[in-house]
Design a protein around this ligand. Structure first.
Ligand SMILES: Cc1cc2nc3c(=O)[nH]c(=O)nc-3n(C[C@H](O)[C@H](O)[C@H](O)COP(=O)(O)OP(=O)(O)OC[C@H]3O[C@@H](n4cnc5c(N)ncnc54)[C@H](O)[C@@H]3O)c2cc1C
Length: 416
């Protein structure tokens, strides 16, 4: 149904980023609509590992990462897949990504990621409480699991950087680990137990609960595929969907991995790529797990979920259109058994989603330099769940006061 009267602001995208923006804009008294082609939280925000990764300031593009790529690709249980057919499309993105592995860039990127991650747990708990969604956001430690201290030392640069930002942790060794999580294999004897972290036992339902609150408070959810903008006086004045045309006052683009096409219509080319990630969820694991665990060697996370244990990770470059390759999930199953020898892997549920990844691992957040009524909130790569309430706060501050409490220059859309 077409309408005459625009809400104060329209959010395009109902993932954790778009819905966090919507609830926080609404909390500041604005009339807000959200448009998505699927139900809130049904895309990438449904299947992530659920961790509020306050420690997530280390981008994949670390110095030295490129040297590890051949080994990662050849390892039959490795976390990376780069189908040959997709290489031509990835060449430009890959080159720019590679340039970001230089030490100076790494320092800049981690420094710019950190303010978006700080206090993420508190912000999530507060946002969930506001929406009556407390059951879907929990405070918890977060474990980084290593075989031994030597393996931990291989990640020295990352841990130095985290310490530099004041990220707090304890070290657990040997049996101390099994006292906390009895099911972890005795092969693993070194854990970094991060403090002030948290997780969602059902990240998809977290988004849905926030969206339900948003609608109860008078927000409008519109189903539709956004096709393009119409412009008046050099401003986007209408959004055209496959189901109708909606007038715009202000607009937030929060379309996750699908945002580049709409950003291009607004005059900005953004090097955004999907890092396809997978999970398996084991509904009858037969073991107990209380703490989310990053298994460093396999680069995957095991999280205690409402309906079992979820193992999430892997990076596959294959774009937005290709079907999921669920055989890739066998690698997650392999690691699940290595980590927890007693686990029951029957009836795994398999899922694939699109991490919205920009070549410098930083999101685009802020007001559009070309069109003053446009705001951007996309490209949160591996850390979108963690960064969502902070992003929502930044956007709501910008829209209502024109200001933010942090320097937004690293996230500008015209930085490329
Ligand atoms: C395996 C895996 C594990 C992860 N683990 C974690 C983790 O533990 N912690 C963490 O912080 N992050 C994690 N992430 C990353 C996190 O899931 C993402 O960064 C986050 O979900 C991105 O949220 P989003 O709202 O930007 O995107 P999405 O959830 O993908 O939402 C974007 C929405 O925009 C809509 N949309 C786009 N274009 C259009 C259009 N033209 N018309 C209509 N609708 C449109 C889509 O339908 C979609 O609903 C993980 C990701 C994966 C894949």
């Amino acid at each position: 149904m077409d309408r005459q009267q625009a809400p104060d602001i329209t959010v395009l995208g109902a993932g954790i980023i778009g819905i966090s923006c919507a609830v926080q804009l609404q909390a500041k008294g604005l009339k807000v609509a959200v448009i998505d082609r699927v139900a809130p939280g049904d895309a990438t925000s449904h299947g992530n590992a659920g961790v509020f990764a306050v420690c997530g300031c280390i981008p994949v593009a670390t110095p030295g990462f490129l040297w590890t790529v051949p080994k990662l690709l050849l390892d039959p249980h490795g976390p990376l897949s780069l189908p040959a057919g997709y290489l031509p499309q990835l060449a430009g993105w890959g080159t720019r990504f590679a340039l970001n592995t230089r030490m100076k860039r790494f320092e800049h990127i981690s420094s710019a990621l950190n303010p978006l991650l700080q206090n993420a747990t508190e912000l999530h708990l507060a946002q969930a409480r506001m929406a009556g969604a407390d059951a879907y956001a929990k405070a918890s430690p977060y474990f980084y699991l290593y075989k031994d201290e030597a393996a931990f030392q291989n990640d020295k640069l990352a841990w130095q950087r985290r310490r530099h930002f004041g990220i707090e942790y304890d070290i657990l060794r040997g049996d101390e680990i099994r006292q906390r999580e009895a099911s972890i294999s005795p092969e693993f004897n070194y854990v970094v137990a991060l403090k002030h972290h948290g997780f969602s036992p059902n990240p998809g339902k977290l988004v849905k609960a926030l969206a339900d609150h948003f609608v109860r408070q008078g927000g409008e959810f519109i189903t539709g595929e956004v096709v393009k903008f119409n412009f008046r006086d050099n401003q986007p004045s209408e959004v055209v969907t496959d189901r109708g045309i909606y007038p715009l006052d202000k607009v937030v683009l929060a379309g996750g991995a699908w945002s580049a096409k709409l950003a291009a219509q607004l005059g900005h080319e953004v090097p955004l790529e999907s890092e396809r990630g997978y999970h398996i969820e084991l509904p009858k694991p037969g073991i107990e797990l209380a703490t989310p665990i990053m298994f460093s060697a396999g680069k995957l996370v095991a999280t205690p979920m409402e309906n079992g244990i979820r193992f999430a990770g892997l990076v596959e470059f294959g774009g937005l259109k290709a079907d999921p390759n669920y055989d890739f999930c066998d690698r997650l199953l392999h690691h699940a058994k290595t980590l927890f020898p007693g686990i029951n892997t029957e009836d795994p549920i398999k899922w694939m989603g699109h991490r919205p990844s920009i070549t410098d691992s930083l999101p685009v957040i802020g007001q559009c330099p070309r069109h003053a009524n446009v705001y951007y909130a996309f490209g949160h790569q591996h850390m979108g769940l963690t960064m969502a309430p902070r992003t929502g706060r930044i956007i709501s501050d910008l829209v209502t006061s024109g200001q933010s409490d942090i320097d937004l220059s690293p996230y500008r859309i015209d930085r490329f």
